[in-house]
Design a protein around this ligand. Structure first.
Ligand code: F0G
Length: 368
């Protein structure tokens, strides 16, 4: 445990390493670099559940409530702690934004240099602000995420700087703890798990977590994994890399996912699916989550719920609508909506401007 850190009970926010050390590649010698990530809420979504049917229970794993506002913190606490343990003094990553925000924050805590390579003009403003304020060296390239990843892989292979993208196995190890938390909260595994797929590290991590909990007999079943890419960036569905991926969900604008094979394995081993959702479907789910469930996420995160709605519409869940057996579905909401306020404002009506008078305001507000 890091010096000065308060020891909480096992259900508090003690960080995923302290909470799940026995399932992670750490020893007493590992310096724990933590921001008390993890233990995010699993929120019951009553309205979304009702759209599926009376026996459906949909839960939202709100990963936007991690310290830097995304699920990346689970993997980053471990990747940075291990890099520190191994004597590294610098880390590097390519990013669509969230990885860079997380790497920058944890590197700052660890007194390590952090270099992030991002596609120019394709990062949500909040994420760029995070990387900069945490003092990372931010380099924007004239290229996309896939180009950036290829370059940082080569740099880390040849220079004394640790790669902290999800190709780093410690990232996957840390991120698998989200599955543990879900099973601990539900007292078992969900029936289905929906999540967005970009570089495919997270679906790999969740599936690893579920399989491990199953092998330790902590759960008695495994979920069906349902992954969703954005239609203009759907290499796994197309079966080939996409040269110029396109989507408003910039976090998952990726044409050649690093963990492609692992995502396919998760799909086939769990008898699941990886499908594509359109930007329109993503934006619709994005608005429903905010308007009806009170949960603000970034567009990429809404791909999980967009996928759930799409599968429901096409009859995928029909055979489970029996009214007898309860069907539990978890949707991971990977990042906070405040990361990308511009997209919210662009897609919603701007406020009415009126005179500063009570009667005018009452009328505009519809209060009689
Ligand atoms: N949702 C958000 C908000 C993300 O930032 C990412 C990935 C994903 C989903 C997809 O997860 O890559 O594990 O399949 N963001 C990376 C980044 C690529 O650089 O921040 P994945």
């Amino acid at each position: 445990m890091q010096s000065g850190q308060i020891k909480h009970n096992n259900t508090g926010r003690i960080g995923i390493i302290n909470r799940y050390a026995k399932y992670l590649p750490v020893t007493k010698k590992t310096p724990v670099i933590t921001l008390c990530e993890g233990n995010t809420p699993l929120i019951f979504a009553s309205k979304i559940s009702n759209t599926l049917g009376v026996n459906f229970k949909v839960y939202l794993k709100y990963e936007g409530l991690n310290p830097t506002g995304s699920f990346k913190d689970r993997g980053m606490t471990l990747a940075i702690s291990k890099a520190k343990e191994e004597g590294m003094s610098a880390v590097i990553c390519a990013s669509t934004g969230n990885t860079s925000a997380s790497a920058a924050a944890y590197a700052a805590r660890a007194n390590m240099k952090c270099v992030v390579v991002i596609p120019e003009g394709a990062i949500a403003l909040g994420k760029l602000a995070q990387a900069l304020i945490h003092n990372a060296t931010v380099i924007a390239i004239k290229g996309n995420f896939d180009d950036a990843l290829a370059i940082v892989r080569e740099i880390s292979d040849n220079y004394p700087v640790r790669l902290v993208n999800s190709i780093n196995p410690n990232r996957i190890e840390g991120q698998k703890t989200a599955s543990f938390e879900i099973c601990d909260s539900l007292n078992g595994a969900p029936d289905f798990h929906c999540l967005p797929v970009g570089n495919a590290g997270n679906i790999t991590a969740y599936w690893k977590g579920y399989k491990e909990y199953y092998s330790y007999k902590k759960i008695e079943s495994l979920p069906v994994m349902l992954g969703f890419q954005a239609k203009g960036s759907a290499p796994i569905i197309k079966g080939k890399p996409i040269k110029n991926p396109k989507t408003i969900a910039t976090a998952i604008k990726i044409g050649n996912p690093a963990s492609w094979q692992q995502a396919i394995d998760a799909r086939s081993e769990s008898k699941g699916l990886i499908e594509a959702v359109s930007d329109n479907q993503i934006l619709q789910a994005y608005k429903i989550l905010a308007k009806e469930e009170g949960v603000f996420v970034e567009p990429a995160s809404a791909a999980s719920v967009a996928g759930l709605f799409m599968l429901n519409k096409t009859g995928y869940f029909d055979k489970y609508k029996t009214k007898t057996k309860e069907i539990r579905i978890v949707c991971t909401l990977t990042g906070h909506g405040l990361k990308d306020p511009e997209i919210a404002i662009k897609n919603i009506k701007t406020p009415k401007v009126v005179e500063s008078k009570m009667q005018t305001i009452l009328k505009a507000a519809g209060i009689k």
